[in-house]
Structures are given as C-alpha cells and as structure tokens.
Ligand binder design. Sequence first.
Ligand SMILES: Nc1nc2c(ncn2[C@@H]2O[C@H](COP(=O)(O)OP(=O)(O)O)[C@@H](O)[C@H]2O)c(=O)[nH]1
Ligand SMILES: [Mg+2]
Ligand SMILES: [Zn+2]
Length: 316
Amino acid sequence: MSSGKATDSDADSAAKVDLDGVITRAFGNRFVVRTEKGDLSCVVRENVKRAAQADTPVVVGDDATVTLLSDNEGVIENISPRKTAFFRQDKGRADRKQTIAANIDQLIIISACSEPPLKPRLIDRFTVAADIGGLKSVVLLNKSDLGVPDLARELRAGYEQIGISAVITSAVSGEGLERLKSILTGKKSLFVGHSGVGKSTLLNALLPGLNLKTAELSEYSNRGRHTTTWVELHEFPSGGYVLDSPGLKVLSLWEVDRRSLPEHFEEFAQYSPDCRFNDCAHIAEPDCAVLDAVEKGEIPLFRHQSYQHIRESLSS
Ligand SMILES: Nc1nc2c(ncn2[C@@H]2O[C@H](COP(=O)(O)OP(=O)(O)O)[C@@H](O)[C@H]2O)c(=O)[nH]1
Ligand SMILES: [Mg+2]
Ligand SMILES: [Zn+2]
C-alpha cells in the first residue's frame, strides 16, 4: 500500500521520530499538534482519513501520533480511538455527522441570566448531545451583575436537583468564578453557548493574559473565519484545558431517536421502570411514573417540557 505522496522521501529518511500530541487547532487540511517538542503544523496521512472515524477523521482534542518533517512540521500518522466526542448533524449535509471536539470530559453550557434571553430548551439540547457523546454537562448562567430573574434561579435549582452542576456567574462582579475554576481545573472542557453570552469574557477572567477578542469584534472575525479555526484550546496553568467555540445557534442531534431519547434524560431512569408500559414515551400514557414525578416536582417541569419539544423535533 502506498503512503501519503508528499512525504514519502521524508518518511524514508533515517531519523524518523514518532511523537505523541494533542490536536489544538484545525485549519482546513492542516492541524496544529501540541507535542513535547512544541506546536507542529501537520498534514494528515491518507490512511488516517479513511479510518473508522471517517466523518471527521481529525478534530481538536484528538490524541495523535506524529512523525517530524522539520522543527515545526509533521505528519499525523495515527489518531487514537476517541473516549468521548461532541458531535451534531452536519449543517451542510443532513445525512452526516459532524464531530466538533474529541476526548472532552465536560460540556460547559453557557447562557446569560437574561440577555440574550435564557432558553432552557437549548440548554437541554446540549445536555442531551453531551450525554450521547459521553460528556458530563455543567450549566453556567452568566451576567448575574445585570440581574438574576426568577427563571435563572429556577433553572439553577432544577439542574442541581437532577445532578447537573449549575452556577450563576458574572465576569464583571466575579460571582461564581471560584466555583467555576474548581470545576474546570484538571478537566478537559468545551465551552458552548449562543454568541454574546460571555464565553470569551469568562475565559479572559479565568486566564489573565489570554486577551481573547470579545463582543462585536469577535462576531466580525468569526463570521469570515469560523470554518478555519473552529475551536481553540486554552491550557490552564493548574492543569486541564478549555476549548472555546464560536456561538452554536442550532444543534441538530445525531445518534438519537424517539425511542432512545429518554435515556439521555438521566433523571427519568429511577422512575421509568415503574411506568405501566415498557415502551412508555412519558408523554400521555396512563400510569406513567415519569409524569407522576414531574407532577410531584421530583423532576423539574422545564426538563420534561424540553424532552417533549426535542422528541417532537426528531423525525423517528
Ligand atoms: N454585564 C456583563 N457583561 C458581560 C459579562 N460577560 C460578558 N459580558 C459582555 O457581553 C458581551 C459578549 O461577550 P463575549 O465574551 O464576547 O461573548 P461570547 O460571544 O460568548 O464569547 C461583551 O460586551 C462582554 O463585555 C458579564 O458577566 N456581565
Ligand atoms: Mg467568543
Ligand atoms: Zn412513562
């Protein structure tokens, strides 16, 4: 079998060095791989592209093996199987999955307490996508310095009740930042949320010296460039890293259907075995233990509303 053409002569040369690294950035067909020898600009060996994870063979967060071409260039020879993956339906091609990041421990789902408006259904779409991909969810309700409406308090209490950490934060007053820091330390996290909620500002507050562009400026630059630098990786001095992504406005779910959706609302699991029907959809069935739990306030009403809404949005 022939290997990648551009690199045959280099690969054949005597001092072939294998290095392990992590993908920190993607620019079309080139990737930045962080290794013990520094950041390398890399192309991808053809057989990697044909491997199992063919929808998106290489994404930020992937663990890679690289051979050196020069001091700052290399070839990605292998990508390790992903432990977790955050993915969605491809925006351009509905029959395809698009992986956004790999090997992430937790999805940090950021909203503003009031502006832009708080949308529990979008948050819950993210918690479902996180669960499908094997990630934990954390909910941040930011900009508390501008006021904390009842809905924000209700959501915070509701998520905490079902075991999803939820923190009210402000990049301006500093509220919640210590708890956020301890949640992020030592973990691989992906920040998601509508643009304007404060993702970049929070990262700047957590990592002084980072100086990410915020607000209008980033809106303009992201518009033209989001296909090239989709996510960026920022390391914490104390261990772990955060990936910042430009605003995800829609999230079409992948690898879930109406039958499997309830599994991704983990708080249903302790009740659903008591439903009268084995295949209960927890919508309007008689003797539904999940609906009873919603009625009693043991499952937050907003979660069940999100469940219904997401279920209706699934085609099968
Ligand atoms: N009052 C207030 N404004 C904030 C806070 N966090 C971010 N902002 C502002 O919200 C706007 C959008 O922030 P940005 O970080 O660019 O949002 P991103 O699109 O999610 O990265 C900027 O004008 C920020 O200064 C906060 O906690 N409180
Ligand atoms: Mg931003
Ligand atoms: Zn039921």
